[in-house]
Design a protein around this ligand. Structure first.
Ligand SMILES: [Zn+2]
Length: 249
């Protein structure tokens, strides 16, 4: 096992003796921008634990239309639920922000899950958070305007990816993320740039005014943040957005 350190939240939550069960079966792999880790309905052979970067979970319709349904960063994992159940992925998973991850063979992960009560509890907490985030995302898509959702999503990426200087995002991907047309996304991104909130060039977004984005984002970021504080109080993300917490205290 390579030096895991504190870089992945789910692994970091395990005591050394529990991490030692899974640790020998973890290998570090790069997360390259745009790489497809899983297609929908693919066998869940690996469980990924990002330590840097961002993974996007995308639901693809029969027509080919696609929308992002979840984002996973350094505090979470991908395939950790499916590997324990159907062993089939229900989302396409692509690398949205490059970085690195540990991955474990699904069989080894299941063995560790059976052996470690702490891992079972960590998986349960992460599953509960994921379910709550999904419910929030459904409400957000239905009730909140595209501009507020754009701002919220940028802030989420900023938090989950560990505040990178640049988020590599093509307009095509931004459209998938928001479930909107490319022209609509272009208008919103240009407006945010004209206000001085972001710099958007050649498929990369740099956040310039975090507080302005927070004021203009919908309430869903703060709602998810409160869930994180409850379920994963030791996570750095639970302390990531003081202005949001103060506003909703
Ligand atoms: Zn919302």
């Amino acid at each position: 096992m390579a030096d895991i350190g504190p870089q992945n939240g789910l692994l970091r939550s395990l005591a050394p003796q529990d991490l030692a069960i899974l640790g020998p079966h973890l290998q570090r792999v790069p997360l390259r921008l745009g790489a497809v880790l899983y297609e929908m309905d693919a066998p869940a052979r690996w469980v990924y634990f990002p330590e840097a970067g961002l993974l996007s979970l995308i639901t693809v319709m029969v027509s080919g239309d696609a929308i992002e349904t979840s984002v996973v960063g350094r505090e979470g994992a991908v395939g950790f639920i499916e590997a324990l159940g159907s062993e089939v992925m229900s989302s396409r998973v692509i690398v949205q922000v490059p970085g690195a991850a540990f991955r474990a063979d699904a069989r080894r992960y299941r063995d560790a899950f059976d052996s470690s009560a702490a891992l079972r509890r960590a998986v349960h907490m992460r599953t509960e958070l994921l379910q709550a985030e999904s419910r929030q995302a459904i409400a957000c898509h239905s009730l909140h305007g595209i501009e507020a959702r754009f701002n919220r999503w940028l802030l989420e990426c900023h938090d989950l990816a560990g505040a990178p200087a640049l988020l590599s995002l093509t307009q095509e991907f931004l459209a998938v993320m928001l479930g909107a047309s490319r022209p609509s996304v272009s208008v919103i991104a240009n407006a945010a740039q004209e206000r001085g909130w972001i710099r958007y060039t050649r498929g990369s977004i740099e956040i310039l005014d975090l507080e302005a984005l927070e004021r203009a984002a919908c309430e869903c970021r703060a709602s998810v943040q409160r869930l994180r504080c409850r379920l994963e109080p030791d996570s750095p993300l639970a302390r990531a957005t003081p202005s949001s917490r103060a506003r909703n205290a």
